[in-house]
Design a protein around this ligand. Structure first.
Ligand code: MGD
Ligand code: MGD
Ligand code: SF4
Ligand code: MO
Length: 734
């Protein structure tokens, strides 16, 4: 008997369908059993009828009730009584909190102008409503600075868009039809679990799976082959693959003629990219590169799953742009089980959010936009650093000067984010947050590292307690989340907090009176594009999800139809030329260690051969910092560690279990060394993201990550850090 059947036959229990809100491609459909009498949730499981969820949740969310009913949940508004970061707060009523916040915000706006208010939010929830829904209405009305939400995927997105035109690609289900799968910069079993079942189905039919990653991840261990690559060098690999494919005439000339532009320029460029040249850069032997190129071009169908790991680098945008050329070169878009998937979010790109976000409420549309990756600079009082924090996604975008820089940030409103732990250059972020005169409001479920710096903490509901609507970036289903239980303590949904704040500030616009369910119904009913024809409010209420109205099977580029300026796959991109880039795929040593950005605030030291490249991809049991509070999951990750190759450990006299200092010119963090050959030498890996307050020295790996932007989209460069590693306290003295 399934859990659904079990509870459906129990009259004392009701079952509510919802969706996982977390930043994960899978956006699972879930079901919650609630005791009718007490209103308490007693069980949660994956929706068996959902074609991607298939009845399973991951190990983090499987026992989600531990997070929802955690003793650390914030239950009342809190006001700071001690110095910042002292953790001294007193509970106050909502009425008092909102009135005092409104007074402080009004004072900031009066004295400094509305741009002195900065919202900071990202991926606590990916819901349309509790994410950038009511909040955006509010900040538009207020006239706050805008935030460029660049911390995760921007560089790669921009690169992909230059080549393909939209983040559309291979349907998740169609990986089951592939005969060769390249998992490129992605740890599927950790961060995209529900793709794995389709990959396994393909393997049953004889597919081979190759993982291209600096680390032998759990996915690499489960695959047929691991190809260790030096971080940040994927573009060079892709150029060499194309060198071989074109050189050996393995490309699809017919597809090329009809549906691509710039083949001649691409062919000329890749001529210089011999496997030998790429081998010296990537660390992958030339023979292996040659064999991979032939295997990729001749195995039908061949699919690539590319993820964000490989674009958190200075050259991440160009690398993604380059790799995105591969399926067109071999014509694999024509086959079910061919192509590439970076994200499926492009399927939702025409979902019209104008009514939800109300851009018309903003009186001054020219308000500055701050790059969230540069929060440390944005919170500085130095105009030069504030200027650096302005969003400047392309080389042709000018830096602001004089008046354009705008006022210092005097009020910061954080929701759905934990910047003190998750944002680059942790010590700069913490220094900004520690400014005594900075007015900070944090809406949170837990007392996070960021909440420690707040003037006011406002308790927020979890997904079990509020309405929302979700797109996905790992499949093509829209999902509705219905509340299953009453708000915990006095917590409120983000939308309601902003609604009440609007009231406290005297905003009388009708849009601040609509309730959550009404907003979502209007949003769904406002859609006119054909892909949303299947996504009716009634279907969403009845099933909890609806597949976008896309053809089945979905082969978006089988006959061209690229949403690029030329309508074709752009090996040559005029738009790139106009934006200040090389219009043809290329690779350069864009590593941040060379200090090549003349406008960088934190000029790099001379590259030092003693330094190592540090990457900090997701820990299996965490989701960014969102699950760090759950003891069971923290127990699985044990302690903040640094994985090191035996060669790198030995040359530094570091033994397994030693406490090590990981440092560079930005800061330092103490971690426990794990010596392992599951890594390419020269690279160290710190699984993330630990709460600073759960770490021995109150810091985490973002101490050593620069604020500098990647080449495109103002993206973050989390995995482009150079560090020194030395023993802190030796455990095993020899
Ligand atoms: N070193 C390193 N740093 C990284 C990364 C990395 O790989 N390495 N990854 C980066 C990536 S990809 C991302 S996306 C970012 C993510 O960075 P953030 O967006 O800051 O994500 P989280 O750290 O998970 O913090 C989300 C917070 O939102 C809260 N929250 C959840 N739901 C709600 C809600 O409904 N209302 C409110 N008010 N709060 C809620 C959670 O309790 C949690 O504290 O981190 C980046 N940081
Ligand atoms: N369990 C869990 N699931 C998660 C998350 C989490 O924190 N934990 N985070 C969620 C978020 S915010 C996101 S954005 C998504 C996507 O999450 P991603 O951040 O894309 O995470 P991964 O799939 O782990 O992929 C990162 C992989 O890229 C590798 N890598 C690093 N640098 C390079 C490089 O230069 N080249 C290549 N080829 N590989 C490289 C890393 O070793 C790692 O295995 O996952 C989501 N799912
Ligand atoms: S975190 Fe991802 S895999 Fe886990 S339940 Fe949520 S959507 Fe599914
Ligand atoms: Mo992310």
């Amino acid at each position: 008997m399934s859990r659904l059947e079990l509870y459906a036959s129990d009259p004392s229990v009701s079952v509510i369908t919802g969706a996982c809100p977390h930043d994960c491609p899978d956006t699972c459909s879930w079901q919650v059993a609630v005791k009718r009498e007490s209103g308490a949730a007693i069980d949660i499981w994956g929706n068996a009828s959902h074609p991607i969820t298939q009845g399973k949740l991951c190990g983090k969310v499987d026992r989600y009730l531990e997070r929802v009913y955690h003793s650390g949940r914030l239950t009342r508004p809190l006001r700071r009584v001690g110095p910042k970061k002292s953790g001294q707060f007193e509970p106050i009523s909502w009425e008092t909190a909102l009135a005092e916040i409104a007074t402080r915000l009004s004072a900031v706006v009066d004295e400094w102008g509305s741009q002195a208010v900065l919202p900071y939010s990202y991926s606590g929830t990916l819901g349309y409503l509790q994410g950038e829904g009511m909040a955006v209405r509010f900040f538009n009305r207020l006239g706050a600075s805008k935030l460029a939400r660049t911390i995760c995927s921007e560089a790669g997105f921009e690169g992909y868009l230059y080549t393909i035109g939209a983040t559309l690609g291979t349907a998740t289900e169609d990986y089951a039809h592939a005969k060769l799968i390249l998992i490129w910069g992605s740890n599927t079993l950790t961060s995209n679990l529900h793709l794995w079942q389709f990959i396994q189905a393909a393997r049953k039919n004889g597919a081979r799976v190759i993982v291209i990653d600096p680390a032998r991840t759990r996915t690499a261990k489960a695959a047929d082959e691991w190809l260790p690559i030096r971080p940040g060098t994927d573009g060079a690999l892709a150029l060499a693959l194309m060198h071989v494919i074109i050189g050996e005439n393995l490309h699809d000339a017919d597809y090329m003629d009809k549906y691509t532009v710039g083949f001649a320029q691409l062919a000329e460029r890749v001529q210089e990219w011999t496997p030998e040249r790429a081998a010296a850069i990537t660390g992958i032997p030339a023979e292996r590169i040659r064999a991979l190129a032939v295997e990729y071009a001749t195995t039908r169908p061949a699919a690539i799953r590319i993820n964000y790991g490989m674009q958190r680098h200075a050259g991440g945008g160009m690398a993604m742009r380059t790799i995105a050329c591969l399926p067109s070169l071999v014509g694999s878009w024509q086959e079910q089980g061919g192509g590439i998937q970076l994200s499926t979010s492009g399927g939702f790109r025409r979902l019209n959010v104008t009514g939800l976000q109300r851009p018309d409420l903003r009186r001054d549309p020219t308000a500055r936009t701050i790059n969230m990756n540069r929060l440390g600079d944005a919170l500085s009082l130095d105009p030069a650093r504030i200027a650096l924090s302005h969003y400047r996604p392309r080389p042709v975008d000018a830096r602001p000067s004089g008046e354009e820089i705008g006022p210092p940030v005097k009020a910061l409103i954080v929701y759905n984010a934990n910047p003190a732990a998750a944002t680059p250059d942790q010590s700069a972020v913490m220094a900004g947050l520690a400014r005594e005169e900075l007015f900070t409001v944090v809406m949170e479920q837990f007392q996070t590292d960021t909440a420690d710096y707040a003037d006011y903490i406002l308790p927020a509901t979890t997904q079990l307690e509020h309405w929302d609507l979700h797109r996905a970036y790992g499949h093509n289903f829209l999902s509705l989340n219905r509340p299953a239980i009453a708000p915990f303590g006095e917590s409120l949904p983000n939308a309601e907090i902003f609604r009440r704040l609007a009231g406290a500030l005297g905003y009388t616009d009708d849009c601040f009176r609509e309730d959550d369910e009404t907003i979502l119904r209007s949003l769904v009913q406002a859609q006119t594009q054909p892909e949303f024809a299947t996504c009716t409010w009634e279907t969403l209420l009845a099933d909890g999800y609806a597949r976008l109205n896309l053809p089945d099977p979905y082969l978006p580029f089988a006959q061209g139809n690229y949403p690029t300026p030329s309508g074709k796959c752009e090996f040559y991109s005029q738009r790139m030329a106009d934006d200040g880039y090389d219009p043809v795929p290329n690779y350069g040593d864009w590593g941040l260690e060379t200090g090549d950005r003349e406008d960088s605030a934190d000029q790099s030291p001379i590259p030092n051969p003693q330094s190592l490249t540090c990457i900090s991809p997701p820990a299996h049991s965490f989701l960014n910092t969102s699950f760090g509070v759950v003891e069971r999951l923290r127990g699985r990750e044990k302690e903040p560690v640094l994985q090191m190759h035996p060669v790198d450990a030995a040359s530094r006299r570091i033994g397994d279990g030693d406490s090590v200092r990981v440092w560079n010119e930005l800061g330092e963090v103490v971690l426990t060394a794990r010596v392992t050959d599951d890594l390419i030498p020269g690279t160290v890996l710190a699984p993330g993201i630990w709460w600073a307050s759960h770490s021995p020295d109150g810091r985490n790996i973002n101490q050593i990550v620069r604020q500098d932007e990647a080449d495109m989209g103002g993206g973050a460069c989390f995995y482009d850090a150079r560090v020194f590693v030395t023993v802190a306290i030796a455990q095993n003295m020899e």
